[in-house]
Design a protein around this ligand. Sequence first.
Ligand SMILES: [Zn+2]
Length: 397
Amino acid sequence: MKYLILQPDGVADWPIAELGDRTPLEYAHTPNMDYLASCGLLGMTHTIPRGCPPGSDVGTMSILGYDPRQYHTGRSPIEAASMGVELRPDDVAFRCNLVCIEDGTMRDFTAGHISTDEAGEIIRDLQRELGGDGFEFHPGVSYRHLLVWREGKAGMGTTPPHDITDRAVAGYLPDGDGADVLRHLMAASQRILAQHTVNRARRERGLRLATSIWLWGQGKRPLLPTLRQRFGIDGAVISAVDLVNGLGILAGLEVIRVPGVTGFLDTNYQGKASYGLRALRDKDLVFVHVEATDETGHMGDVQKKIQAVEDFDSKIVAPILAGLHEFTEWRLLMMPDHATPCAVKTHSADPVPFVVVAAPDLRGGRNGSAYNERAAAATGLVVAEAHTLLPEYLVRA
Ligand SMILES: [Zn+2]
């Protein structure tokens, strides 16, 4: 038996007036997704448990069959896994943004989308000046980096910097047990960065400066039993997104790097589909994630989101369906991790449509005419907790 998970990130949406009160999924031309809906089990499910933030980390955990309430510890330890940084059980990982704070105000949580090379120079200098005594700075991509506090504290309150753009940072600094250490590191980084050669060069080019680090998103390593431990299966993950690859690693999946993936409309869809099919020859399960459906929702760009949906249908679902013919027995789960409604340009905790298809018996029990929110709701099937889908419908004995 072969298992496939297709995740169009954030594809679910709300009805949009300019589309005649249809969602992008309803409006878009998606014959392949609709075919799956017509021969599979179609319904709605909740990927974001009550009380959990509607993040991709939480939603993707649900898709992979892990109850976020039991396993979710924060996003940074997941990113640490994807960066290859080992965390011991008592270590705490923090997301370490390079940010631009001006006159006490959070001006830019990306420090002007600072380049990976410039940021790497800064993070290495911060490690030299502030690292040691259980603190380690690890360089990542652009403004996204990692601080590990070995045998550190995790219970303090922290704030995502993208939530406080143009606000005074004073009220949002780390607070609670262990926060004084983080505040000290942030203040010390500001003194170092004020003199840094990277910033001098950026000032000359008229670019936003990296004036400070911002620590948030902390957590200890989540202890996920791997899919092999749970179900005796091996798998692989294909994604352009660190968070998704990190979750895959924690679930015991092999990360397959596809050249030319960007996490956007210009990604190498063909490569993702063909690498995915190839991996399925060796592995029991392949998980293919596409980010463009989420990014276009964040942009609030309805037409681009429709394009992302149609690309997913024609460039991922179509070739994968065609390629699956070489396997006689397979099951496929297709669903997003959360909705990213164009109207709000961010994630929402609404239920999302899912479909499960099993071959060779392609006649499901509760099928619908199309893969979208309305058709899925119309079947009347609601799976209250999305993390039960994988064990109960996909990888069931
Ligand atoms: Zn997402």
